[in-house]
Design a protein around this ligand. Structure first.
Ligand SMILES: Nc1nc2c(c(=O)[nH]1)N[C@H]1C(S)=C(S)[C@@H](COP(=O)(O)OP(=O)(O)OC[C@H]3O[C@@H](n4cnc5c(=O)[nH]c(N)nc54)[C@H](O)[C@@H]3O)O[C@H]1N2
Ligand SMILES: Nc1nc2c(c(=O)[nH]1)N[C@H]1C(S)=C(S)[C@@H](COP(=O)(O)OP(=O)(O)OC[C@H]3O[C@@H](n4cnc5c(=O)[nH]c(N)nc54)[C@H](O)[C@@H]3O)O[C@H]1N2
Ligand code: SF4
Ligand SMILES: [Mo]
Length: 788
C-alpha cells in the first residue's frame, strides 16, 4: 500500500479562504446555477430541461430525495441551485467518445481525480478493458453482455458476485435488477444506503416497526418545533429551507443541532420569492446547539431526562401505544451531567434551553441526516431520538414525527423495491409466489462485507448499477486493492469516475440513459417511477434526446443481461418487461406491500403515498405490536490528547463523489478541496497556524495508521477537539472496520486524526517538523476512542 493519491489535476495551492456569508441562496444561487447550466447545456437546452424539472409532467430531480409540494403548490421553477447542477452534470453537451479512451491509457486515468474524470462528459458507448490491456476499447452491447454472463455463469457459487446499487436507479430498474440477482441465486445486493441511512433504517425498524420517516411536507409546515440535527440542508437539501421558512411563518421554532453553524440554518433568502431576492431573508434557527461531533446520544438522553423531570410526557400515548417506558425512565434517572457536558461540549444551560423548546411544543418534527448516522453509536442515537419523540406522543399526528432526510433521489424507492441484502422473508415469499422460483434466503453482503469478500478473494465479480463504489466506500486503499482483486468489474454509468479506472482484471463500462433523457426502449415512450424521502411515489419522464444513440436504459440493461445469464431458467418475462415497463409495474403491484394498482397510481398528478402504519394510524408493526422505548448506555468518544475527531462532509459544489466545482461558497472556500476546518485554539494548541499544509493521519485502535496528504489548515467555528474535511478526499482515513454497531455503516463522521506537517508541499519543500510535543492519550480503554 502507500500508493499516491490522484490529484495532479487540481492546483490545491490556489485555494482561497474567505469569510463565510451569513445568508444563503437568493440571487447568487440562481445566478450560479444558471451560469453552470448554460455553460454546459446552452441556453435553449437549459430552459427546456429546467422547465420540466420536478413538474408533474416532467422528470424527478437527480439530486437529493427531498419531496415536491403538491402539484397545485408547485412553483414554475421548483428546483434549487444544486438541483440545477445535478441536472447539468447529466444533461451536459460534453461527450466522451472512443477517441478519448485511445488518448488516455488506464495508467493516465488512474491518476485523475473524480473531478477531472466527471468533467470529461457523458460516456457514449460500451467500453471494455481486456485482461492485460493498457486502454479501454469499444465493445458491442452483445459482446459486453456475453462477457458478464460468461463470468457469472463460470462462478463456483452465485455468492461470488456482488451487485451494488447507487440510489438513482428507478423503481422499475431496481425491481427488475433485484429479481435478476435473486433468480441468479444471491442476496449480495449492497447499496449506497449501507453507507448512508442504514443506522436509521435499523433503529426505526426495531422501535416503530418500519424503517422510514413518518412525516409529510405538510407536517413540517404545521409543526410547532422543527429540529434539524446533523444535517446541512442549505447545501444538501436546499428546498428544505423553503419548507422551514413556511413552518417559521406559521409560528414554528427551529432548533439546529450541529457542530458547525451551517449557513442555511442561520439565514436564508428564498430565491423563488421577490422578497427573498431583495430582502434580508429569514433567520431560520431560533437556537443553534454547537454539539461536539458524536455528542447527540448524550444530548438526547439529557433532553429526555429533563422532559421526564418536568413531566412533559404524553402519558396517554405512552400507555396505549408503547412498551419499555419505565425502563427508559429509570435509566435516565441516573443521568450523569458531567458525562453529558463532556460528550456534548455544551453547558447544562444550553441543553436546558433546547429541552424547553421540546417541552413547549405539542407538535415536533425531528429531522436528521449523516451527522447522526455515520458514527459507531448511530443506531443508539436514532433510538434515543425515537424515545424523545415517543415520550411526547409526537408521532402519527399532524405537525409531528420522525424525519430522516434521505440522500439520493431514489434511495428509499430502491429499498422498497427489494434492493436490500437482508430483504424481509415476507418480501421473498411474495417474490416466490409471483415468479415461481425459490429466492435465496441467506442474507447477502452489505457494502463493508462486500469489500472484505473482494479483498479476500471470496467475491470475484463486482457489478455496479450506478454509483462510484471505489470513491464512496471507506478505506480507499483497501477498497481499491479489493476491486483490483476481482476478475471482472462492471459499471452501469452516465459519467466516468474512479470506479471505472481502478478495475478488476477485466472491466466494462455500460453507458446508461439518465433521468433527463427520453427513454424509447421497446419503441415506445417509457416512464419510470421514484419514491422520495416522505414515501411519495410518482412518475418521471425525461424530455431530452439521449446523449448518444448507443445508450440503453437501466431496465433494458438488466433485462438483457438477465436473458444472457439465466437463459430460459425460471422462465421470467424479461422481454415483456423491456418492451413495456408497465409490465414491471404490474408485478411491483403484486409483490411490494402498499403498491396495489401501482401503474395507475404513479400517474396521478403528484403520485401516491405509501402506507406507513405509525403515521397513518399510530399502529406499530413491531413484534410487540407497540412502539418500543430503548435503553442505551451513553457512549462517550474519548479522543486522546493531541488528536482531533474528524467528520467528513460535503462541500456546496459536489454531489457525493461527483465534484461540480472547487468552491464551497457557504463556508468561504474557493478554488480547492483539500482543506481541514479546525478550531483556532486547537490550531494553536497543536502548534500550527492558519494556512499551514498538513497531512491527516488517522489512528485506529489496532495500531494501524492511514494518511491523506496535503490539506490546508482553515480556522473555523467548530467545537474544540473537532475537525471537518471533505469526502471523498478523506475516505482513505476511514478504517474499514470502523462501523456503526448494528448497521455496519462506516463511521465516516468519527475519525480520530492527528495533524502532521505536510511531508511535501507543492513546490516539493518539506516543512519543519512540529515543535510542540504531542502527548499520548489515555490508555485505560482497549478501544482508545470509546468509553462508556
Ligand atoms: N448538493 C448535494 N446534495 C446532496 C448530496 C451532495 O453530496 N450534494 N448528497 C446526498 C446524499 S447521498 C446524502 S446522504 C445527503 C447528505 O446530507 P447531509 O447529512 O446534510 O450531508 P453532510 O455534508 O455529510 O453533512 C452532515 C452534517 O452533519 C453535521 N455533523 C457532523 N457530525 C455531526 C454530529 O456528530 N452531530 C451532529 N448533530 N451533526 C454533525 C455536519 O456539520 C454537517 O452539517 O445529501 C444528499 N444531497
Ligand atoms: N467519508 C465519507 N464517505 C461517504 C459519505 C460521507 O459522508 N463521508 N457518504 C456516504 C453516502 S451518504 C453515500 S449515499 C455514498 C454515495 O455513494 P455512491 O452512490 O456510490 O456515489 P455517487 O457519487 O453518488 O455516484 C456517482 C456516480 O453515479 C453515476 N451515475 C450518475 N447518474 C447515474 C444514472 O442515472 N445512472 C447510472 N447508472 N449511473 C449514474 C455516475 O457515474 C457518477 O459518477 O457515499 C458514502 N461515502
Ligand atoms: S432540493 Fe434536492 S430534489 Fe429538490 S431541486 Fe434541490 S437537489 Fe433537487
Ligand atoms: Mo447518502
Amino acid at each position: 500500500m502507500g500508493r499516491r493519491a490522484p490529484r495532479h489535476d487540481i492546483d490545491e495551492s490556489a485555494v482561497e479562504v474567505g469569510d463565510a456569508p451569513d445568508a444563503v441562496a437568493g440571487t447568487t444561487a440562481v445566478g450560479v446555477a444558471l451560469r453552470h447550466a448554460v455553460e454546459q447545456m446552452g441556453v435553449t437546452r437549459t430552459a427546456r430541461t429546467l422547465r420540466k424539472l420536478n413538474q408533474a409532467d416532467g422528470f424527478d430531480c437527480q439530486g437529493c430525495a427531498w419531496p415536491d409540494p403538491d402539484p397545485e403548490h408547485r412553483h414554475p421553477a421548483e428546483f434549487c441551485e444544486n438541483g440545477a447542477k445535478a441536472v447539468t452534470e447529466e444533461a451536459t453537451r460534453r461527450l466522451l467518445d472512443r477517441g478519448f479512451f485511445e488518448q488516455h491509457p488506464l495508467a493516465d486515468l488512474e491518476d485523475r481525480t473524480d473531478y477531472w474524470l466527471g468533467q470529461q462528459g457523458r460516456i457514449t458507448e460500451p467500453m471494455v478493458l481486456r485482461a492485460g490491456a493498457t486502454h479501454y476499447e469499444p465493445v458491442s452491447w452483445d459482446d459486453a453482455f456475453a462477457l458478464v454472463a460468461g463470468h457469472l455463469r463460470g462462478l463456483e457459487s452465485p455468492d461470488e458476485a456482488v451487485f451494488y446499487t447507487s440510489g438513482k436507479t428507478s423503481n422499475e430498474a431496481a425491481f427488475a435488477y433485484q429479481l435478476f440477482v435473486r433468480a441468479f441465486g444471491t442476496n449480495n445486493l449492497p447499496d449506497c444506503s449501507n453507507m448512508c441511512h442504514e443506522s436509521t433504517s435499523v433503529a426505526l425498524s426495531e422501535t416503530i416497526g418500519i424503517g422510514k420517516g413518518s412525516v409529510s411536507l405538510d407536517d413540517i409546515h404545521r409543526a410547532r418545533l422543527v429540529v434539524v440535527a446533523g444535517q446541512n440542508p442549505g447545501t444538501n437539501h436546499p428546498r428544505m429551507l423553503t419548507a422551514l421558512e413556511e413552518a417559521k411563518r406559521n409560528g414554528a421554532r427551529i432548533l439546529a443541532i450541529n457542530p458547525l453553524r451551517e449557513a442555511g440554518l442561520v439565514r436564508f433568502k428564498n430565491p423563488q420569492k421577490a422578497r427573498g431576492i431583495v430582502g434580508h431573508g429569514t433567520a431560520l434557527a431560533d437556537l443553534h446547539l454547537p454539539v461536539r461531533v458524536n455528542g447527540d446520544l448524550a444530548l438526547f438522553q439529557a433532553i429526555g431526562a429533563l422532559l421526564l423531570e418536568w413531566d412533559a410526557v404524553d402519558h396517554d400515548f405512552v400507555a396505549h401505544h408503547t412498551a419499555g417506558f419505565d425502563a427508559w425512565a429509570e435509566h435516565l434517572a441516573d443521568l450523569d451531567w458531567d458525562v453529558v457536558e463532556r460528550a456534548t461540549g455544551l453547558t447544562r444551560a444550553q441543553v436546558v434551553e433546547a429541552a424547553e423548546m421540546f417541552r413547549d411544543s405539542d407538535a415536533t418534527v425531528l429531522c436528521w441526516a449523516m451527522g447522526i448516522t455515520q458514527h459507531r453509536n448511530s443506531v443508539a442515537t436514532v433510538k434515543e431520538f425515537v424515545n424523545v419523540i415517543l415520550a411526547q406522543g409526537n408521532i402519527g399526528k399532524p405537525g409531528a414525527g420522525l424525519c430522516p432526510v434521505r440522500g439520493h433521489s431514489n434511495v428509499q424507492g430502491d429499498r422498497t423495491m427489494g434492493i436490500w441484502e437482508r430483504a424481509k422473508p415476507e418480501f421473498l415469499d411474495a417474490l416466490q409466489a409471483e415468479f415461481g422460483f425459490d429466492p435465496p434466503r441467506e442474507p447477502g453482503l452489505d457494502t463493508v462485507h462486500a469489500i472484505r469478500a473482494l479483498r479476500d478473494g471470496q467475491a470475484r465479480v463486482f457489478f455496479g448499477m450506478g454509483g462510484n463504489f471505489v470513491s464512496a466506500a471507506p478505506d480507499t486503499e483497501v477498497t481499491e486493492d479489493a476491486m483490483r482483486n476481482a476478475d471482472l468489474t462492471v459499471h452501469v454509468s452516465t459519467k466516468l469516475n474512479r470506479s471505472h479506472v481502478v478495475t478488476g482484471r477485466e472491466a466494462l463500462i455500460l453507458p446508461a440513459l439518465g433521468r433527463s433523457e427520453r427513454d424509447r426502449t421497446g419503441g415506445r415512450d417509457q416512464r419510470v417511477s421514484v419514491e422520495d424521502s416522505m414515501s411519495a411515489v410518482h412518475a418521471s419522464r425525461g424530455p431530452l434526446a439521449p446523449a448518444s444513440p448507443h445508450l440503453r436504459s437501466e431496465v433494458d440493461i438488466v433485462c438483457t443481461l438477465a436473458e444472457a445469464t439465466l437463459g430460459s431458467a425460471h422462465d421470467l418475462p424479461w422481454a415483456e418487461f423491456r418492451s413495456d415497463y408497465t409490465a414491471i409495474r404490474r408485478r411491483i403491484a403484486n409483490v411490494v406491500p402498499g403498491c396495489a394498482a401501482y401503474d395507475e397510481k404513479v400517474d396521478q398528478p403528484g403520485g401516491f403515498v405509501l402506507p406507513h402504519p405509525p403515521r397513518d394510524s399510530r399502529t406499530f408493526p413491531t413484534a410487540a405490536g407497540l412502539a418500543v422505548f430503548s435503553v442505551s448506555p451513553i457512549d462517550v468518544l474519548h479522543v486522546p490528547e493531541g488528536r482531533l475527531l474528524l467528520q467528513t462532509l460535503r462541500s456546496h459544489d459536489q454531489f457525493n463523489t461527483t465534484i461540480y466545482g472547487l468552491d464551497d461558497r457557504y463556508r468561504g472556500i474557493k478554488g480547492g478541496r483539500r482543506v481541514v476546518f479546525v478550531h483556532p485554539d486547537d490550531i494553536a494548541h497543536l502548534g500550527f497556524a492558519d494556512g499551514d499544509r498538513v497531512d491527516l493521519v488517522s489512528e485506529w485502535h489496532d495500531g494501524s495508521e492511514r494518511t491523506a496528504p496535503g490539506f490546508r489548515v482553515v480556522p473555523y467555528d467548530t467545537p474544540r477537539g473537532c475537525a471537518a474535511a471533505y469526502y471523498p478526499e478523506t475516505n482513505p482515513l476511514v478504517p474499514l472496520d470502523s462501523t456503526a454497531v448494528g448497521s455496519n455503516t462506516p463511521a465516516s463522521k468519527s475519525v480520530v486524526v492527528r495533524l502532521e506537517p505536510a511531508r511535501a508541499t507543492k513546490a516539493g519543500v518539506s516543512k519543519a517538523p512540529l515543535t510542540g510535543s504531542v502527548e499520548t492519550g489515555d490508555k485505560r480503554s482497549t478501544d482508545p476512542i470509546h468509553q462508556s
